[in-house]
Design a binder for this molecule. Sequence first.
Ligand code: ADP
Ligand code: GN1
Ligand code: MG
Length: 372
Amino acid sequence: MNSAMFPLEEILSNYKFKGEYTGYVVMNNGHINNTFALTFNDNGAEKTYILQQINTNVFKNPDILMQNYVGVTEFVQQKVKEAGGNVKREALKVYYTNGGKPYYLDKEGKYWRVINFITDTVSYDFPENTELCYKAGKAFGGFQQLLQDYPADKLFETIPNFHNTVSRYADFEAALSADKMGRAAEVQAEIEFVKMRKDDCAVLLDLLEKGELPLRVTHNDTKLNNVLFDKETGEGICIIDLDTVMPGLSLYDFGDSLRFTGNTADEDEKDLSKVSFNTAFYRSYTEGYLSAAAESLNDAEVYYLPFSCKIMTLECGIRFLTDYLNGDVYFRISRPEHNLDRCRTQFALVADIEKKYDELMAITQEIYSALK
Ligand code: ADP
Ligand code: GN1
Ligand code: MG
């Protein structure tokens, strides 16, 4: 019992779980949090809870993070109720500790939270077909639509400048000049790739400043595996990983999602010949996304959809490269050059998006005009 990867006794004695504890499964497909599914035997019925260790290297202020998290989850619960949905399966819920807190601070100073396990769902680490892309787009578009009237002034910035690409570029420059691991010399091609695209980094922020793009409440981490799909219907029923819900641009969510879903290869594929941007997946995702979100978007937000794929992919590649230069201190890695492989994949994808740009613009306008 005591060899668990979390402080089992402390967790069990600080929460009111239903039933007898029977075991746990590790669910670490993300790069940030440590996630466990804890199972209990409740008079013969199996009951599961999600336990997550909050990564305090990434989220410096867990107290504020959990205030956001509780606010957003309660808001989503309310919206699901109003729409006549199933709150237990379509919304996350935070369980409070016996001491009345939305997180548990253990004796070693680690932060934990317990949330409901969404039953009978599946999450994907790879987009299998166009139908799945459509459903993912619809789910994230729907989530954006749902958060439309969330009071943005109630949200703290859990990670300041998270999708501020100009600031990500500055972080890259700082890592490069420090070069504390002595790795810069071997990644000159990647460094050049970024430098040649410096001007792209400011495009969305300039449009925001000019008032052409509105600030909204966005998810900011719209990877395919952050949607739980119903096992039976295949529909995306619950959006998870809500740590980065903050004010942002709709384009951050769209572009970041296609960065992952539009890639014909894994995010960390070493064989770059496998990396390309799947325009059929782009089409399906965009159809799903616009079917759910188009009515709240302005023309500029639609016009820049292809650009958002390029810039969010570039930004993520810059972040992987920066982390590689810094000595892999942010993203969880499972091999020495993992971040470099991830960075190269992102840049190969950026290059392919650039090649296919006109086609992506045409697809977008075709779908948008059909909806208007
Ligand atoms: P990370 O920030 O590390 O990506 P996530 O919150 O996305 O962490 O959780 C990691 C994985 O755990 C998810 O991709 C999903 O498979 C599973 N998971 C997380 N929360 C739930 C939940 N409430 N119900 C069912 N599965 C979940
Ligand atoms: C991280 O937690 P996860 O794996 O869903 C990261 C995202 C990156 C992504 C790259 C808080 O997401 O911003 O796009 O890795 N999340 C955070 O795979 O930094
Ligand atoms: Mg995740």
